[in-house]
Design a protein around this ligand. Sequence first.
Ligand code: IYR
Length: 220
Amino acid sequence: MSAFIPYRPARIDREESLNRLRQDFAVADGRRTVRMFSPDPIPREAIEWAIRIAGTAPSGAHRQPWFFVAISDPDMKQRIREAAEKEEREFYERKAPPEWLEALAPLGTDFVKSHLTDAPWLIVIFRRDYEPGPDGVRRKNYYMTESVGIAVGFLIQALHRAGFATLTHTPAPMTFLREICRRPQNEKPFLILPVGYPTDDCVVPDLKRKKLAEVAEFVE
Ligand code: IYR
């Protein structure tokens, strides 16, 4: 059993709370997933802070079952792009059922993944399914998918608030990432997150967000 320490964050005044939330909504609503990245560099320190923020996410039994590989190395990005495009070509040309392709049509995606070499950073996120114990006994983690998903949410929002665009990219299958990133067997690739600035001529699909009443109900 771990020790307990006091936690007494100062209360925020009601009006101030609401003001902050309204402003945060405007910022969050300004985020768009980007597929057209400028190669303009982003300092490593920015990525480091964003990963620290991601690491503050809650996790099952506080196991923090995540690992982040941040890549700016052009050779490694090229290798990831080639492996991803191989899988993606297979997906678009053979594996994807027509219904799925129809759902993707408004996004205009295809197997060409130039963002994987254009973006100055790729953050590859791994889900740690268990922790190797000193005696060789595996220590199970809990709610890994949920925990990593929350951490990635924190990561995307932190990067957005710092002015950087991201793309939540999940080539399927993406097992090749474990090998390219030289990660251990207990880690499963979860997501590739290209990070950078949008190009000057960047366009995004004209999508609408669901209204509050479509996604929530209140029982008071
Ligand atoms: N993984 C593919 C296909 C794809 C799937 C979904 I669901 C998207 O929202 C977008 C793309 C790709 O990356 O192109």
